[in-house]
Design a protein around this ligand. Structure first.
Ligand SMILES: Cc1ncc(COP(=O)(O)O)c(C=O)c1O
Length: 493
């Protein structure tokens, strides 16, 4: 028998000296970018397909280990196709920040490349996540006793919370027996306001609850869930044999940042013995500021809560914090330990793989920890307060301008507003506002988005980037006023 000669050793990774040189260059590039991001258009002007054409369809057969060449390709082919979420005049959706400490910590996370699926596979990652989430819990003014886990997005956090809510009803035995073909299962119902985020609907779809079984509870004149309507909906569902499974209250809805009345909703949930999940993905973070602490009042009575540090806590995407006061139920929903994952670690350690769908668990706690350490609870609160003050300032300009109106209260740092010249009908006003938005965004100097309220087209200005100042908000207002004038003339209004 002949033995094959060992294959020649491939070259391996990029040599350390080259890595260091490229790394220094890249950090310099990033520092300049962050300092100078305003020279780019906020919204990428490229058309669909432009980026793919630049990249080329076939993978390179021969690598090019020259990081400088890769960075040059990035600047030439990709950068024009970037919409700059880190631009201080990004006001669309919910504005976010990749802050410097978060960016550096993300680099370190990539270097360590830890998979924190088990405590054993990186004790520091697991314990840092536990401690940092407990810091955040305390900063939010919540009582001790919450268990936390970091996921990628609020959508996944809410999915896990609703899976736990389903598991919390042991008689359903869905984990073991599934839902298909079971005549013994009642129709399960989930309640959320008509303004809840679509991720709640998607979670219900994913969990087999069915989209039709998400009850969109009516809201009051300030877009907040009506607890009386919630109680009625639950009671009438029970009367016809359905099983209310969970209620989702939102602190900071996506369209207007309205705040559902959590204490009253918690009363309904306690009376009805239904799981209460609070979606505070954006607005919940404001509770870090003592002046906004009350936005989470009543949340200590909830079963689960999501807040997103990657929305308004200056932490790079992705980082969502899911909390539950019933980790045993979340664990019961998801824990499954094949032999190849069994460890001899003590029973009381946290193995994050037990609390969700994914086995792998990214070391996201490092960037959250770095952000909290760099800015401190007071520094974070100050920045959040400043964003709210900027929003109030913008709202006062809208209020004071003829032909403009505020479309919703401004509890946080989002302003909903419209241009409403008197002589136009409702449909014409909608078209005009859509044109104003398009015109302003086409300047490349700011980027705003829109929503619909009571079926009317409404503009949204969301403040949340760590580098946004009064001058950026003022620029947005000037461009909006100019666009309103131009569009009115152009359409002959
Ligand atoms: C209230 C609310 N919940 C959930 C989400 C979904 O967030 P993610 O992108 O982290 O899934 C959003 C997104 O804007 C939101 O506004």
């Amino acid at each position: 028998m002949t033995t094959a000669a060992p294959a020649a050793e491939p070259p391996g990774d990029i040599p350390a000296a080259d890595f260091a040189a490229a790394g220094h260059e890249l950090i310099d590039w990033i520092a300049t970018y962050l300092d100078d991001v305003e020279r780019y258009p906020v919204l990428s002007p490229l058309a669909p397909g432009d980026v793919s054409r630049r990249i080329g369809r076939a993978p390179p057969l021969q690598g090019n280990g020259q990081m400088r060449a890769i960075l040059a390709d990035f600047e030439r082919d990709l950068l024009p196709g970037i919409t700059h979420w880190n631009h201080p005049a990004f006001f669309a959706y919910f504005a976010i920040s990749g802050s410097a400490p978060g960016i550096l910590a993300e680099l370190l996370t990539a270097a360590l490349n830890v998979n924190a699926m088990l405590w054993r596979t990186s004790p520091a990652a697991t314990e840092l996540e536990e401690v940092t989430l407990d810091w955040l819990r305390a900063m939010l003014g919540l009582q001790p006793g919450w268990f936390g886990i970091i996921t990628d997005t609020a959508s996944i956090s809410s999915l896990l919370a609703l899976a736990a809510a389903r598991e919390a009803v042991p008689s359903l035995a869905i984990r073991a027996r599934g839902m298909a073909g079971r005549a013994d299962l009642p129709v399960l119902r989930v309640y959320a306001s008509a303004h809840a985020h679509s991720s709640i609907d998607k979670a219900a779809i994913t969990l087999g609850i069915g989209h039709d079984n998400v009850v969109h509870v009516p809201v009051d004149e300030e877009w907040r869930m009506r607890p009386d309507a919630l109680a009625d909906a639950i009671e009438s569902d029970r009367a016809r044999g359905c099983m209310p499974m969970a209620v989702v209250a939102t602190v900071g809805t996506t369209s207007t940042t309205s705040i559902d009345p959590v204490p009253e909703i918690a009363d309904v949930c306690a009376r009805q013995r239904v799981w209460l999940h609070v979606d505070g993905a954006y607005g919940g973070i404001a509770a870090i500021d003592p002046e906004h602490r009350e936005v989470l009042s009543g949340v200590d009575r909830a079963d689960s809560l999501v807040v997103n540090p990657h929305k308004w806590l200056f932490t790079p995407v992705d980082c969502s914090a899911l909390y539950t006061r019933r980790p045993d139920v979340l664990r019961r929903a998801f824990s499954l330990v094949p032999e190849y994952l069994a460890t001899t670690a003590p029973d009381d350690v946290t193995n994050y793989m037990d609390y969700g769908v994914q086995l792998g668990h990214r070391f996201r706690a490092l960037k959250l920890w770095a952000v909290i350490r760099a800015f401190g609870a007071d520094g974070l609160a100050e920045r959040i307060r400043y964003h709210c003050a900027l929003a109030q300032e913008f709202a006062s300009w809208v209020r004071g301008a003829p032909d403009w109106e505020l479309s919703a209260p401004v509890p946080f740092s989002l302003v909903c507003f419209r241009y409403v010249p008197a002589e136009l009908d409702a449909a014409e006003v909608d078209t005009l506002n859509a044109r104003v938005l398009e015109t302003v965004n086409a300047t490349g100097r700011v980027y705003l988005s829109h929503t619909r309220l009571a079926d009317r087209y409404v503009l949204r200005l969301a403040i949340g980037n760590i580098r946004t100042g009064l001058e950026h908000v003022r620029l947005a207002w000037e461009l909006l006023q100019q666009a309103a004038q131009d569009v009115t003339i152009e359409t002959g209004g």
